[in-house]
Each structure stands twice: as structure tokens, then as C-alpha cells.
Design a protein around this ligand. Structure first.
Ligand SMILES: Cc1ncc(COP(=O)(O)O)c(C=O)c1O
Length: 204
């Protein structure tokens, strides 16, 4: 979709095909670094990575993301799409903010692990300075009340889902009522638990 949006807005896209190593599809770090050091580098403002990939399912190691973030001359933003992060055991790249990166944006969504595609709600993590720029430049219409109400409920302690408590979601989690009860009781006792929703689950 990113390249479709770019095309609609007449923005040029430079693609770097993924490399297949041991059955895993990973970005070609050296090629990316070389593109970001080449003659077009100053015109490249955004670099998109998806982890886990769709449809590859491959998680991009944070070390690889770090290598790109640490590029010595390129001054653009790395946008990391973590739409499927709730289904993996990988540590979210949000952890990289603790290392002070200002050129990183991590995007997640309530569409997948939370099963709330219908409310059209995403989350982006970035430095406070960048968040302010995004707030200043976004369209004047903010998030609708129905969407905000459902999202806040999904993320509330009452329902039992918080980002703080979010842990990798195995494929079979929350497919039964008892699994939901178990997770909620673990939450109530303060024990870390799996967060995420399986197909068919709904925010009450
Ligand atoms: C990798 C990836 N990112 C983002 C999205 C979009 O999710 P949303 O429903 O929040 O627009 C999708 C949807 O399929 C996806 O596959």
C-alpha cells in the first residue's frame, strides 16, 4: 500500500527486493546502505520496512534496523511497520527509542492482534519532537468518537489489554472463552500474559 500511496501522490519509489537466506526473506542491508549513500540519497526521505513481513512472516532483527538508523550521512526517517508484531516473539523496535533514536517511527495497528480492523485505528511511536510535527501537519479532522471509544476500551485494564503487558501471541491464543478467562485472571494477578485476540473475538 505504501507504494500505491506514493504513486497516487506522485512520489518516486526506489525498491530494494528482499534477500532469501535460509528460507527467510530479509532486507539487503548492504544494498540499502549503498542506496542511502548514493546520488539519490538526499531525495530519499522515508524508508519503509515491515516486520514481521507480509506475506513472508520474517521478523527483521533490531540489529539490522540499527545499522540503517546509524547511517552516517542519510537524514531521512525509517518507518517500521509492525502490524503483525503481536504474533511474534520478537522484541518490538519500540525498544530502540531507549537508545535515543530520533529518526525512527514504529507503526502498529489494532486491526490484527486486537481483531479491530473495522475501527481503522493505528498507533505510531516516535520522538516527541516528531510527534509534534505530525500533529501540526495532519488533516484537521481527528479520530472519530466511536473509534476512540472502542480503541480505549480495547486498551483498557478492564478489558485486559495494555501495550505494557503485551506479550507474543501464539497462534492458538484467545480462541476459546477459557483462554480469555485465563489471560484476564493472569492480568488481574499482575502476572505477564499473552495479549492479542484470535479470529472471532470481539471487544465486549
Ligand atoms: C504489513 C501491513 N501493514 C499494515 C496493514 C494495514 O493495517 P490497517 O488495517 O491498520 O490499515 C496491513 C494490512 O493488511 C499489513 O499487512
Amino acid at each position: 500500500m505504501y507504494s500505491v500511496c506514493a504513486a497516487v501522490n506522485d512520489v518516486e519509489v526506489i525498491k530494494s527486493p528482499l534477500d532469501v537466506k535460509n528460507g527467510r526473506f530479509l532486507p539487503k542491508t548492504e544494498e540499502i546502505i549503498s542506496i542511502l549513500s548514493g546520488p539519490n540519497a538526499a531525495r530519499i526521505k522515508l524508508l519503509f520496512l515491515t516486520s514481521p513481513g507480509n506475506p513472508t512472516g520474517t521478523c527483521i532483527p533490531n540489529d539490522l534496523v540499527r545499522t540503517i538508523l546509524d547511517h552516517p550521512t542519510w537524514r531521512g526517517l525509517v518507518i517500521l511497520d509492525e502490524a503483525y508484531i503481536d504474533f511474534t516473539e520478537k522484541t518490538s523496535a519500540v525498544a530502540l527509542f531507549d537508545e535515543g533514536y530520533q529518526n525512527l517511527v514504529v507503526m502498529q495497528t489494532l486491526s490484527k492482534g486486537f481483531g479491530l480492523a473495522g475501527i481503522r485505528m493505528g498507533i505510531s511511536f516516535q520522538s516527541p519532537e516528531l510527534a509534534q510535527i505530525l500533529a501540526n501537519t495532519k488533516a484537521p479532522y481527528s479520530i472519530g468518537t466511536p473509534t476512540a471509544t472502542v480503541a480505549l476500551r480495547a486498551l483498557s485494564k478492564e478489558v485486559g489489554f495494555t501495550l505494557e503487558y503485551a506479550l507474543p501471541c501464539p497462534a492458538d491464543c484467545f480462541t476459546t472463552e477459557s483462554a480469555v478467562d485465563e489471560a484476564n485472571s493472569k492480568f488481574a494477578s499482575g502476572e505477564p500474559h499473552v495479549a492479542g485476540r484470535g479470529a472471532g473475538e470481539r471487544v465486549p
